[in-house]
Design a protein around this ligand. Structure first.
Ligand code: SF4
Length: 238
Protein backbone atom coordinates (compact mmCIF):
# COMPACT_ATOMS: atom_id res chain seq x y z
CA UNK A 1 0.00 0.00 0.00
CA UNK A 2 1.14 3.55 -0.72
CA UNK A 3 1.79 5.37 2.58
CA UNK A 4 3.66 8.51 1.57
CA UNK A 5 2.99 11.07 -1.13
CA UNK A 6 4.58 9.59 -4.30
CA UNK A 7 5.14 13.07 -5.69
CA UNK A 8 7.48 12.02 -8.54
CA UNK A 9 4.95 9.45 -9.77
CA UNK A 10 2.11 11.98 -9.54
CA UNK A 11 4.13 14.57 -11.45
CA UNK A 12 4.96 12.13 -14.24
CA UNK A 13 1.34 10.94 -14.52
CA UNK A 14 0.15 14.54 -14.76
CA UNK A 15 2.78 15.33 -17.40
CA UNK A 16 1.76 12.29 -19.41
CA UNK A 17 -2.04 12.47 -19.15
CA UNK A 18 -3.12 16.08 -18.48
CA UNK A 19 -5.33 17.18 -21.36
CA UNK A 20 -5.61 13.67 -22.78
CA UNK A 21 -9.06 12.19 -23.66
CA UNK A 22 -10.94 10.78 -20.70
CA UNK A 23 -11.21 7.29 -22.25
CA UNK A 24 -7.45 7.12 -22.71
CA UNK A 25 -6.91 8.21 -19.09
CA UNK A 26 -9.35 5.65 -17.71
CA UNK A 27 -8.03 2.82 -19.89
CA UNK A 28 -4.52 3.41 -18.66
CA UNK A 29 -5.31 3.74 -14.96
CA UNK A 30 -7.80 0.85 -14.82
CA UNK A 31 -5.28 -1.51 -16.46
CA UNK A 32 -2.08 -0.23 -14.83
CA UNK A 33 -3.51 -0.13 -11.30
CA UNK A 34 -6.02 -3.00 -11.50
CA UNK A 35 -6.76 -4.30 -8.01
CA UNK A 36 -5.51 -1.05 -6.44
CA UNK A 37 -7.99 1.38 -7.99
CA UNK A 38 -11.68 2.05 -7.37
CA UNK A 39 -14.27 4.60 -8.44
CA UNK A 40 -16.31 6.54 -5.89
CA UNK A 41 -19.67 7.69 -7.24
CA UNK A 42 -22.34 9.92 -5.75
CA UNK A 43 -24.49 9.24 -8.83
CA UNK A 44 -24.18 12.86 -9.99
CA UNK A 45 -24.10 13.65 -13.70
CA UNK A 46 -20.29 13.53 -13.91
CA UNK A 47 -20.18 10.26 -12.00
CA UNK A 48 -22.73 8.72 -14.34
CA UNK A 49 -20.46 9.60 -17.27
CA UNK A 50 -17.54 7.87 -15.58
CA UNK A 51 -19.70 4.87 -14.65
CA UNK A 52 -20.72 4.51 -18.30
CA UNK A 53 -17.10 4.69 -19.46
CA UNK A 54 -15.81 2.27 -16.83
CA UNK A 55 -18.52 -0.25 -17.77
CA UNK A 56 -17.17 -0.15 -21.33
CA UNK A 57 -13.58 -0.72 -20.22
CA UNK A 58 -13.59 -3.10 -17.24
CA UNK A 59 -16.77 -4.21 -15.48
CA UNK A 60 -14.77 -5.71 -12.61
CA UNK A 61 -13.63 -2.27 -11.48
CA UNK A 62 -14.79 -1.77 -7.87
CA UNK A 63 -17.34 1.05 -7.64
CA UNK A 64 -18.24 2.45 -4.24
CA UNK A 65 -21.06 4.73 -3.18
CA UNK A 66 -22.34 6.07 0.13
CA UNK A 67 -25.86 5.90 1.51
CA UNK A 68 -25.96 8.71 4.07
CA UNK A 69 -29.52 7.80 5.09
CA UNK A 70 -30.73 11.29 4.06
CA UNK A 71 -30.77 10.98 0.29
CA UNK A 72 -33.50 11.72 -2.24
CA UNK A 73 -35.68 8.78 -3.36
CA UNK A 74 -34.70 9.76 -6.93
CA UNK A 75 -31.06 9.02 -6.04
CA UNK A 76 -31.91 5.57 -4.68
CA UNK A 77 -33.93 4.87 -7.84
CA UNK A 78 -30.99 5.95 -9.98
CA UNK A 79 -28.67 3.62 -8.07
CA UNK A 80 -31.04 0.74 -8.79
CA UNK A 81 -31.34 1.64 -12.49
CA UNK A 82 -27.56 2.06 -12.81
CA UNK A 83 -26.82 -1.29 -11.17
CA UNK A 84 -29.27 -3.06 -13.47
CA UNK A 85 -28.08 -1.35 -16.63
CA UNK A 86 -24.33 -1.58 -16.20
CA UNK A 87 -24.01 -4.72 -14.05
CA UNK A 88 -21.02 -3.26 -12.26
CA UNK A 89 -19.62 -4.24 -8.92
CA UNK A 90 -21.24 -1.32 -6.99
CA UNK A 91 -20.75 -1.56 -3.22
CA UNK A 92 -22.90 0.64 -0.94
CA UNK A 93 -21.35 1.87 2.31
CA UNK A 94 -23.39 3.09 5.28
CA UNK A 95 -22.48 5.27 8.28
CA UNK A 96 -21.77 3.71 11.64
CA UNK A 97 -25.18 3.34 13.29
CA UNK A 98 -23.98 4.06 16.83
CA UNK A 99 -22.27 7.26 15.72
CA UNK A 100 -25.45 8.41 13.93
CA UNK A 101 -27.65 7.57 16.92
CA UNK A 102 -25.38 9.44 19.32
CA UNK A 103 -25.19 12.51 17.05
CA UNK A 104 -28.93 12.68 16.40
CA UNK A 105 -29.89 12.04 20.01
CA UNK A 106 -27.48 14.68 21.32
CA UNK A 107 -27.89 17.37 18.66
CA UNK A 108 -31.21 16.79 16.92
CA UNK A 109 -32.34 15.25 13.66
CA UNK A 110 -31.77 18.48 11.68
CA UNK A 111 -28.59 19.55 13.48
CA UNK A 112 -26.90 20.66 10.23
CA UNK A 113 -29.02 23.82 9.99
CA UNK A 114 -27.91 25.07 13.39
CA UNK A 115 -24.18 25.62 12.85
CA UNK A 116 -21.34 24.90 10.43
CA UNK A 117 -19.79 22.79 13.17
CA UNK A 118 -22.92 20.61 13.32
CA UNK A 119 -23.09 20.38 9.54
CA UNK A 120 -19.47 19.27 9.36
CA UNK A 121 -20.05 16.71 12.11
CA UNK A 122 -22.98 15.24 10.20
CA UNK A 123 -20.97 15.11 6.93
CA UNK A 124 -18.12 13.52 8.85
CA UNK A 125 -20.24 10.75 10.32
CA UNK A 126 -22.47 10.14 7.30
CA UNK A 127 -19.90 10.65 4.51
CA UNK A 128 -16.26 11.04 5.46
CA UNK A 129 -15.96 8.08 7.84
CA UNK A 130 -17.79 5.65 5.49
CA UNK A 131 -15.70 6.81 2.52
CA UNK A 132 -12.53 6.30 4.54
CA UNK A 133 -13.63 2.73 5.28
CA UNK A 134 -14.61 2.13 1.66
CA UNK A 135 -11.24 3.35 0.35
CA UNK A 136 -9.14 1.44 2.87
CA UNK A 137 -8.04 -1.37 0.56
CA UNK A 138 -7.20 0.81 -2.44
CA UNK A 139 -4.26 3.04 -3.33
CA UNK A 140 -5.99 5.11 -6.00
CA UNK A 141 -9.51 6.42 -6.38
CA UNK A 142 -11.34 8.04 -9.26
CA UNK A 143 -13.59 11.05 -8.72
CA UNK A 144 -15.93 12.98 -11.01
CA UNK A 145 -14.69 16.43 -9.93
CA UNK A 146 -14.41 19.23 -12.49
CA UNK A 147 -12.45 22.47 -12.11
CA UNK A 148 -15.43 24.54 -13.19
CA UNK A 149 -17.71 23.24 -10.41
CA UNK A 150 -16.74 25.68 -7.66
CA UNK A 151 -14.06 28.02 -6.39
CA UNK A 152 -12.84 25.24 -4.09
CA UNK A 153 -12.04 23.11 -7.17
CA UNK A 154 -10.54 25.56 -9.63
CA UNK A 155 -6.91 24.53 -8.95
CA UNK A 156 -7.62 20.82 -9.23
CA UNK A 157 -5.02 18.62 -10.98
CA UNK A 158 -5.77 15.45 -12.93
CA UNK A 159 -3.70 13.40 -10.48
CA UNK A 160 -3.36 14.58 -6.89
CA UNK A 161 -2.27 13.29 -3.51
CA UNK A 162 -5.34 13.05 -1.29
CA UNK A 163 -3.93 14.04 2.09
CA UNK A 164 -7.09 13.09 3.97
CA UNK A 165 -7.20 9.48 2.80
CA UNK A 166 -3.50 9.15 1.94
CA UNK A 167 -4.34 7.90 -1.55
CA UNK A 168 -3.78 9.06 -5.11
CA UNK A 169 -6.93 10.63 -6.54
CA UNK A 170 -7.59 11.08 -10.23
CA UNK A 171 -10.27 13.33 -11.70
CA UNK A 172 -10.45 12.51 -15.42
CA UNK A 173 -13.20 15.08 -16.13
CA UNK A 174 -11.35 18.07 -14.65
CA UNK A 175 -11.38 20.04 -17.91
CA UNK A 176 -14.94 19.19 -18.93
CA UNK A 177 -17.52 21.96 -18.96
CA UNK A 178 -21.09 21.56 -17.75
CA UNK A 179 -22.34 21.35 -21.34
CA UNK A 180 -19.77 18.65 -22.21
CA UNK A 181 -21.18 16.46 -19.44
CA UNK A 182 -24.77 16.87 -20.60
CA UNK A 183 -23.98 16.42 -24.31
CA UNK A 184 -22.24 13.15 -23.46
CA UNK A 185 -25.12 11.95 -21.27
CA UNK A 186 -27.72 12.61 -23.96
CA UNK A 187 -25.56 11.25 -26.78
CA UNK A 188 -25.07 7.94 -24.94
CA UNK A 189 -28.49 7.76 -23.28
CA UNK A 190 -26.87 7.51 -19.86
CA UNK A 191 -29.33 7.28 -16.92
CA UNK A 192 -29.32 10.38 -14.72
CA UNK A 193 -31.14 11.78 -11.72
CA UNK A 194 -34.48 13.34 -12.84
CA UNK A 195 -33.93 16.12 -10.27
CA UNK A 196 -31.34 17.57 -12.67
CA UNK A 197 -34.26 18.49 -14.95
CA UNK A 198 -36.01 20.25 -12.05
CA UNK A 199 -33.29 22.79 -11.28
CA UNK A 200 -30.89 20.67 -9.23
CA UNK A 201 -27.48 20.75 -11.01
CA UNK A 202 -25.69 19.34 -7.94
CA UNK A 203 -27.43 16.77 -5.74
CA UNK A 204 -26.42 15.72 -2.26
CA UNK A 205 -28.50 14.86 0.78
CA UNK A 206 -32.12 15.91 0.61
CA UNK A 207 -32.18 18.41 3.52
CA UNK A 208 -28.98 20.11 2.34
CA UNK A 209 -29.83 20.49 -1.36
CA UNK A 210 -32.23 22.90 -3.01
CA UNK A 211 -32.99 23.80 -6.63
CA UNK A 212 -31.12 26.80 -8.07
CA UNK A 213 -32.55 29.74 -9.99
CA UNK A 214 -31.51 30.42 -13.62
CA UNK A 215 -28.12 32.18 -13.56
CA UNK A 216 -27.18 30.96 -10.08
CA UNK A 217 -23.93 29.07 -9.56
CA UNK A 218 -24.31 25.29 -10.07
CA UNK A 219 -23.26 24.60 -6.45
CA UNK A 220 -25.52 27.36 -5.04
CA UNK A 221 -28.11 24.77 -4.02
CA UNK A 222 -25.74 22.83 -1.76
CA UNK A 223 -25.57 24.06 1.90
CA UNK A 224 -26.98 27.34 0.57
CA UNK A 225 -26.83 28.94 4.01
CA UNK A 226 -22.99 28.78 4.07
CA UNK A 227 -20.24 30.86 2.39
CA UNK A 228 -19.05 29.48 -1.00
CA UNK A 229 -15.48 28.88 0.19
CA UNK A 230 -16.74 26.64 3.04
CA UNK A 231 -19.08 24.56 0.92
CA UNK A 232 -17.39 21.16 0.79
CA UNK A 233 -18.49 18.15 2.79
CA UNK A 234 -14.83 17.20 3.33
CA UNK A 235 -14.75 14.23 0.95
CA UNK A 236 -12.55 16.27 -1.38
CA UNK A 237 -10.48 18.25 1.11
CA UNK A 238 -7.36 19.60 -0.61
FE1 SF4 B 1 -25.60 15.53 6.87
FE2 SF4 B 1 -26.37 17.38 5.11
FE3 SF4 B 1 -23.82 16.48 5.14
FE4 SF4 B 1 -25.85 14.93 4.30
S1 SF4 B 1 -25.07 16.83 3.33
S2 SF4 B 1 -24.19 14.30 5.60
S3 SF4 B 1 -27.50 15.53 5.72
S4 SF4 B 1 -24.90 17.68 6.74
Amino acid sequence: MIKENPSALIRSLNDRFSGRPVVEILRFFLAEFKGEICFSTSLGAEDQVITHLIAGIDKDTPVITLDTGRMFQETYDLLDITQKRYKLNIQVYFPDKEAVEKMVNQKGINLFFESIENRKLCCHIRKIDPLKRALEKYDIWISGLRREQSITRENLELVEWDTLHRKIKISPLINWKYDDVWSFIHEHDIPYNPLHDKGYPSIGCRPCTRAVQPGEDIRAGRWWWELPELKECGLHKR
